[in-house]
Write a protein that binds this ligand. Structure first.
Ligand SMILES: Cc1cc2nc3c(=O)[nH]c(=O)nc-3n(C[C@H](O)[C@H](O)[C@H](O)COP(=O)(O)OP(=O)(O)OC[C@H]3O[C@@H](n4cnc5c(N)ncnc54)[C@H](O)[C@@H]3O)c2cc1C
Ligand SMILES: NC(=O)c1ccc[n+]([C@@H]2O[C@H](COP(=O)([O-])OP(=O)(O)OC[C@H]3O[C@@H](n4cnc5c(N)ncnc54)[C@H](O)[C@@H]3O)[C@@H](O)[C@H]2O)c1
Length: 499
């Protein structure tokens, strides 16, 4: 039986970042992957969906006729789009493989990585059993084990995914052509992102089922309503407060969906493809966790401490977990940082616990939406008084120059003399690029006074941040009294009525 310093199950952002960090400490690592190298971080996930998003954005810009240019004979081929998407995924996988190969035969002191293709399960707390893709049956022992098995799309009861007419996010690459009509079930991030992608390409009638009366249910109501407006403006037909009752399949491929609305009426919509996007569930079932003495939570996640150690009977163990399987936010950056943190803890380096308060999320909509830190819902739930400042992109010179003024910056600061930044939502071109600067401000706990000393380059979309912060202390160049719809300052205290 081969022995390693670290056995890692899963090569997504959590597993891969952990493997490479372990090399920094000279560890011997066996990275076990049952499917795509890079997990949902690359194929059928973050990288491929973002490639498709970028292509769809380019196409929608090329198709515009309101900017003084007009492309003629513009056409798009789904197979060519997919080819580009797969090329992007493979480009990253080859970089990962190159790194793995570099450390496959390196000096022991440099650390070693072996990539083993196959599915792993626990035999005992230090031993994994792997049925390798080569047919070999292997037993491997590890001083430490990291569970980084990620998540998969949640199934919709009664709807069987066939990869052709009923798909989940993994099935985007198996479609043969742009569907004429698609019904997207679930109005969370994946549902909204694919709604924008398909509507950008203008080849598909896009329907989106929103079982509440707003998309992105965990975001503040104004943000959800704004995204819903942008979806509608892009041609997406949103079925608010609708439940899917049934999909009736007909010979020839077309399907009828029956939707029941909260107000009692129903609607039948003909579609060609249904895309299920109702969340993702952790991959733990096949791990035989009971052989390691690990009990999952009732949501099938693994309970970890601040250093990503799995708690067995409440006690931190030599088994770690990172990424989607931990029940923290299902984000690439969270998986990656947790994977690194786990290894740093195994190596005994002194590290501070991960602070999730300034975690950022980018949502690839039109225009993009970026989020960092708390939103109003969270602060209200925790009873934390705050000031909310909203500043429209209509007033930002760079956005005016881009002829792209849809969007805003909304900053929440503590309602005290410090005015600490607690959270930000920003939407508009390049929002994903400048949100990280705000994450730094939250991390440093900078007070508004200090932030206002900084020179912002001009013309930049980030100037909206500066003006928004100035507005909180009554020092903005453009005043709320002159632009009441574009600069809005509100206060909330626990005594006030919830939004
Ligand atoms: C369509 C889509 C778009 C996304 N876009 C973004 C985005 O823009 N930004 C963002 O931050 N996040 C995004 N995410 C989320 C992000 O991809 C995940 O949070 C991240 O990939 C989780 O990383 P992970 O390492 O925990 O797991 P995963 O990436 O899921 O990887 C886990 C790996 O473990 C393997 N595995 C599972 N069980 C076993 C086993 N028993 N033996 C061996 N191998 C096993 C799996 O095959 C998989 O490769 C997106 C996800 C999807 C689905
Ligand atoms: N840009 C990004 O950062 C990005 C992109 C894609 C995915 N992700 C990650 O992947 C995770 C999974 O994405 P997701 O969109 O599948 O999940 P989600 O949790 O974001 O949204 C699921 C949606 O489905 C709805 N829903 C649940 N059950 C339903 C039902 N029976 N009928 C109709 N609607 C139902 C929910 O109300 C919710 O709106 C996200 O939590 C996110 O962390 C991130």
């Amino acid at each position: 039986m081969d022995h390693y310093d670290l056995l890692i199950i899963g090569s997504g952002p959590a597993g891969f970042s952990a493997a490479v960090r372990a090399v920094d400490f000279g560890m011997s690592v066996c990275l076990i992957e049952g499917d795509h190298l890079g997990g949902a971080g690359i194929m059928n996930g973050a990288l491929t969906s973002k490639t498709m998003y970028e292509l769809s954005q380019d196409y929608s810009i090329a198709a515009r006729v309101d900017r003084g240019y007009r492309a003629s004979a513009l056409s798009v081929d789904y197979n060519q789009v997919l080819k580009t998407v797969i090329t992007a995924g493979k480009e990253k996988q080859y970089q990962m493989l190159s790194q793995i190969e570099t450390f496959a035969h390196s000096e022991k002191s440099l650390g070693k990585i072996r990539l083993l293709r196959g599915y792993a399960s626990f035999e005992d707390p230090h031993t994994l059993y792997v049925e390798a893709k080569t047919g070999e049956k292997l037993r491997l022992s590890g001083k430490h084990i990291l569970i980084a098995t990620g998540s998969r799309p949640r199934e919709y009861p009664g709807l069987e995914v066939d990869g052709e007419h009923i798909i989940d996010s993994n099935g985007i690459v198996s479609l043969k052509r742009f569907p004429e009509r698609i019904m997207i079930i679930g109005s969370g991030i994946i549902g909204c992102e694919f709604s924008f992608i398909f509507s950008n390409f203008k080849q598909t009638e896009v329907h989106l089922i929103d079982r509440a009366n707003r998309v992105l249910p965990y975001e503040d109501d104004d943000v959800g309503a704004y995204v819903a407006r942008n979806l509608a403006n892009n041609g997406v037909i949103i079925h608010h407060t609708a439940q899917l009752r049934e999909i009736i399949r007909h010979p020839g491929g077309f399907m009828q969906t029956i939707l029941d609305y909260d107000d009692g009426h129903s609607k039948v919509v003909e579609i060609d493809v249904a895309l299920i996007a109702i969340g993702r569930v952790p991959n733990i079932e096949s791990l035989k966790l009971e052989n390691a003495g690990i009990k999952a939570t009732d949501k099938n996640t693994l309970t970890i401490n601040d250093c990503c150690q799995v708690l067995i009977d409440g006690i931190p163990s030599h088994i770690y977990a990172a990424g989607d399987v931990t029940g923290h936010s299902q984000l690439y950056s969270v998986a990656e940082l947790q994977g690194r943190k786990a290894v740093e803890n195994m190596a005994g380096t002194e590290t501070s616990p991960l602070d999730y308060s300034h975690m950022s999320t980018l949502m690839f909509f039109k225009p993009e939406l970026a989020a960092v830190g708390a939103n109003e819902k969270k602060l209200q739930k925790e009873g934390i008084p705050y000031i909310s400042a909203y500043y429209s992109n209509k007033l930002v010179n760079r956005n005016i120059a881009m002829r792209s003024t849809t969007g805003f910056i909304k900053i929440l600061v503590s309602n005290d003399s410090e005015h600490r930044i607690l959270g930000v939502r920003a939407s508009g071109p390049q929002a994903s690029a400048y949100i990280v600067s705000v994450a730094h401000l939250i991390n440093r706990g900078d007070s508004l006074r200090e932030v206002l000393q900084i020179f912002y380059p001009h013309p930049s979309v980030a100037e909206g941040i500066q003006e928004c912060l100035r507005a909180i202390v009554g020092r903005s160049i453009y005043k709320p009294i002159a632009f009441p719809d574009d600069i809005i300052i509100r206060e909330w205290t626990p005594e006030a009525k919830s939004l």
